[in-house]
Design a binder for this molecule. Structure first.
Ligand code: RB5
Length: 147
């Protein structure tokens, strides 16, 4: 899969460890920055990855900030994005199976790299179940369309 990855300064150290892990799983990783640990604004990088996913430049996205929360708030502003902030593998798997999350957001100050690896494995390996879950996603998207 082609994965877009983005982060702020808080997520930068984890990205350095996570990119080779994702590549070793056979994925291509496109890095949208930031590329160092100087303080920066997470919305800038969250938007870049969310847009890349929304237009199909990449298949899905991984966003890293201190908690994962800021990045999820940003990404979910972009039409067509379903970003899930998760801190354990079970929710990661269900975020794909039930919510068809196309971006996963990780808190680099909350979880360690092994948990991040397990989250990515579960999420990338899971399949969306469709059916009633698609109906619910359609309801979510309708909220956006009705704004
Ligand atoms: C940066 O200090 C921190 O606020 C950011 O990484 C993130 O946790 C925001 O949600």
């Amino acid at each position: 899969m082609k994965i877009g990855i983005g982060n702020d300064h808080a997520g930068f150290p984890m990205k350095k460890e996570l990119v080779p892990i994702l590549e070793s799983m056979g994925h291509e990783v496109i890095d949208y920055g930031t590329h160092n640990d100087e303080r920066c604004d997470y919305p800038v990088y969250g938007e870049k990855v969310a847009n890349a996913v929304a237009v199909g430049e990449v298949d899905c996205g991984v966003l890293l900030c201190g908690t994962g929360i800021g990045m999820s708030l940003v990404a979910n502003k972009v039409r067509g994005i379903r970003a899930a902030a998760v801190s354990e593998p079970y929710s990661a798997k269900l975020s794909k199976m039930h919510n068809n999350a196309n971006i996963i957001c990780l808190g680099a100050r909350v979880i360690g790299i092994e948990t991040a690896r397990m989250i990515c494995e579960e999420w990338l390996g899971a399949e969306f179940e469709g059916g009633r879950h698609q109906d619910r996603i359609d309801l979510i998207m309708a909220i956006q369309d009705n704004q």
